[in-house]
Design a protein around this ligand. Sequence first.
Ligand SMILES: Nc1ncnc2c1ncn2[C@@H]1O[C@H](COP(=O)(O)OP(=O)(O)OP(=O)(O)O)[C@@H](O)[C@H]1O
Ligand SMILES: [Mg+2]
Length: 256
Amino acid sequence: MSNILEVRDLCVSYGGINAVKGISFDVPEGEIVTLIGANGAGKSSTLRAICGLVKPASGSIKIRAGHSGMLSDSHRKAVDSSLEEVAGMRTEDIVSKGITMVPEGRRVFSDLTVLENLRIGAYLRKDSLDDDINWCYDLFPRLKERSWQLAGTLSGGEQQMLAIARALMSRPEIIMMDEPSLGLAPIVVKDVFDIIHEINRQGKTILLVEQNANMALRAAHHGYVMEVGNITLSGTGMDLAENEQVKAAYLGKSKK
Ligand SMILES: Nc1ncnc2c1ncn2[C@@H]1O[C@H](COP(=O)(O)OP(=O)(O)OP(=O)(O)O)[C@@H](O)[C@H]1O
Ligand SMILES: [Mg+2]
């Protein structure tokens, strides 16, 4: 499986604070990759750097621009190897290459309806949105029922679903999610992970940052553990979930 995203020696600094200290990782196309780590490890800073919301201090971020649905197999092979450097580009230029982020804390537009929020997710596109809106409503029937409801009056779980659906409206190949399960009841967390699996099953690549290390590692093909700006461990999601160091640091005692 070829990589759709490659990060090399990425550093992010805020003033004098080095939040990300030269990390490297790969995201293979079609996989779920997770970054886990304690508060302040630099997970959100990494995602923000990838989509251009903060400028990296140094390092390389390469993505393969997404045209997968529109290319023949032979043409696709030809472009497969071409990863494009996006470090330092503007967010809208990066998003137009097929990557998007569901930010931490959901951030839906409270005073707009569900449908208006979805339309805003596609603001960079000029084509018809009907198919995508229908696709989102198939994935999230509760949003369909609530199409005209103001987003601010949705429950926390529904707002998270809307934030994910809004990100899908830009037709991304890669979706980055920053702690999508944060603050949600366990049963709703399960819904969020079910939807992550379904989106992945439909061919989207997912880079997931999670506090819920146990669920994230079990959902992911590959995982990376971040500690104070560095990646200290990596492996398959299952291997990391069974790793004694990871269990002790991130999975509490619940695995006994
Ligand atoms: N805008 C900012 N200005 C200054 N420092 C920042 C800024 N954003 C993040 N930091 C610092 O960078 C470090 C990494 O923060 P980051 O938000 O990337 O961590 P995180 O792994 O996402 O943590 P959490 O799990 O709490 O969300 C922290 O020390 C944080 O205080
Ligand atoms: Mg964070």
